[in-house]
Design a protein around this ligand. Structure first.
Ligand code: ADP
Ligand code: MG
Ligand code: ZN
Length: 493
């Protein structure tokens, strides 16, 4: 392939339409595993240190359902406007692989906890809605590690991840571009984080995105043969991998070849997909109802109680920020997409310092996020202090430039805004008596500038403002100085 994938994909999209369905696995934020009491806190733990007979799949053990995992999927179902049936069921998905010691995975096949949902998100070409077929609960597998040991190739297995609660969310094949696919995954990630179901970090596997990609000539109804793409560990990779895949399939078809049904992996270094394994026509998992678990009843009271725990969802929040507060949709997005920014903005608003939401939003989307994302990352801003700072600037008590320094210092040291302003001598002189003296001095010391102004050189006032600022070591309220100087220069004529 000679052209860059992104460029080339545009070419392919002139002749073909892509059809994409996304499957996402999210690790749920529970204290214990799906069917046993083992801790889910496995990050950095020694291999196989978080295991028990249940998650090792030993014979004679019985699973116990983790209630909070079930509740997270029900909550996610609400968030994607899906339906939860009155009774759901557990099914065995049978397959043989060394990372699954029972020889089957407990999953949900015919009656998922959530079905027929949807998600709407923004793209560069406007809002798009994707139908979500289902969201169900299942258990994770162990992890195989292939490495050299004593000069031989060895395969090791770590069962810490075995039995971790996973939610799988599957879309209908409604997605048409690589960008839509990335935006869908981003919005779903935001949703999971907002409701608290998952941290959904792609880098450490808490969120795994798989894309089913096919293409068809524009105008044709029937779907083409699909390829499943895995191993994308960032949102950027999702978009690039799908873009690459669309182009690869277009080249195959243009060259008279057929697209093979297969599973491909995304290779970050070469920015391309590679063949992993062929995909048989239909996997035969021999699903059947899990005999060790009864069906799970979801009473209306339980569902209603879960619904009360769901916070304001991103789409509702964005609409409130633009509608009620008059924020631009760009700013609303920036605020809503970052949980710490949302919390800071909401917290500062709640202080009721009499500062407009727009001003607070500017501080959060501008200075705060610059600090949080920059080298200075690791600090924090207290919403009460941010409100106080914005108030000081709005009152003209300190300059905007100095306020940025104050915020940076507060971010790093957590010191109160008032004491930083005090210590740095940032409080502006807005007292007209004190300013009057400095202005008189400046006028007396600079007769040439005064004469220039009176001769019609209006810009001379800038020089005089500068002199007053210098004399007050930058603490004078520059806007007040300018107004007062103008008044004095004109009055004395
Ligand atoms: P599997 O059993 O392999 O997981 P599914 O029928 O569950 O297959 O579909 C998996 C995903 O693939 C779904 O998101 C679905 O929308 C999508 N999909 C199905 N057919 C196609 C196709 N021809 N092109 C692209 N995506 C497809
Ligand atoms: Mg599937
Ligand atoms: Zn266990």
């Amino acid at each position: 392939m000679t052209t860059a994938p992104a460029e080339a994909a545009k070419g392919a999209l002139a002749r073909y339409e892509a059809v994409i369905g996304i499957e996402i696995h999210c690790q749920l934020k529970t204290a214990s595993k799906m069917f046993c009491g083992c801790s889910t806190d496995i990050d950095g733990a020694a291999p196989n240190s978080h295991t028990c007979p249940v998650c090792l799949g030993l014979p004679g053990t019985l699973p116990t359902i983790n209630k909070s995992a079930v509740e997270w999927v029900i909550a996610a179902g609400f968030a994607i406007e899906a339906q939860t049936p009155p009774a759901t069921r557990w099914d065995r998905k049978n397959y043989f692989y060394p990372d699954i010691p029972k020889g089957y995975q407990i999953s949900q096949y015919q009656l998922p906890l959530a079905a027929n949902g949807r998600l709407t998100f923004d793209t560069s070409a406007g809002p798009v809605t994707v139908r979500i077929r289902r969201a169900h609960l299942e258990e994770d597998t162990g992890r195989l590690i292939h490495q050299e040991m004593a000069g031989r190739r060895a395969s090791l297995i770590d069962f810490n991840r075995s039995g971790m609660p996973l939610m799988e969310i599957v879309t209908e094949p409604d997605i048409r571009t690589a960008e839509q696919a990335r935006r869908y995954a981003e919005e779903l990630r935001l949703l999971m984080r907002t409701i608290g179901a998952s941290d959904a970090e792609m880098e450490n596997g808490q969120m795994r995105v798989e894309a089913n990609v096919s293409i068809r000539p524009i105008g044709r109804e029937a779907f083409g043969t699909r390829v499943e793409v895995k191993n994308m560990n960032s949102m950027k990779a999702v978009e690039r991998a799908i873009g690459f895949e669309i182009e690869r399939q277009a080249e195959l078809i243009d060259g008279g070849d057929k697209v093979r049904m297969e599973t491909r992996g995304w290779d970050e270094p070469s920015q391309s997909t590679y063949h992993m394994r062929p995909k048989e026509e239909e996997n035969d998992y021999r699903y059947f109802p899990e005999p060790d678990l009864p069906p799970l009843m979801t009473t209306p009271e339980w569902l209603a109680e879960i619904a009360t725990r769901i916070p304001e969802l991103p789409s509702v929040r964005r609409a409130r920020y633009t509608g009620e507060f008059g924020l631009s949709s760009y700013d609303a997005n920036v605020l809503v997409n970052d949980a710490s920014a949302t919390a800071l903005f909401e917290g500062a608003l709640a202080v009721g310092a009499g500062v407009s939401p727009k001003l607070l939003a500017n501080w959060v989307t501008g200075e705060y996020l610059r600090l949080a994302k920059g080298d200075a990352g690791g600090g924090s801003v207290d919403p009460v202090e941010l409100a106080a700072l914005a108030r000081l600037v709005a009152d003209g008590a300190i300059s905007g430039t100095n306020a940025k320094e104050v915020l940076a210092e507060h971010y790093a040291s957590a010191a109160p805004v008032a004491s930083i302003v005090e210590a740095r001598g940032f409080r502006q002189i807005s007292d007209s008596g004190a300013l009057g003296k400095a202005i008189n001095d400046a006028l007396a010391a600079n007769p040439a500038a005064v004469a220039d102004y009176r001769a019609g050189k209006a810009a001379a006032v800038g020089f005089l403002v500068g002199q007053v600022m210098k004399a007050t070591r930058g603490q004078a309220n520059a806007a007040m100085v300018q107004t007062a100087l103008r008044e004095r220069l004109e009055a004395a004529e």
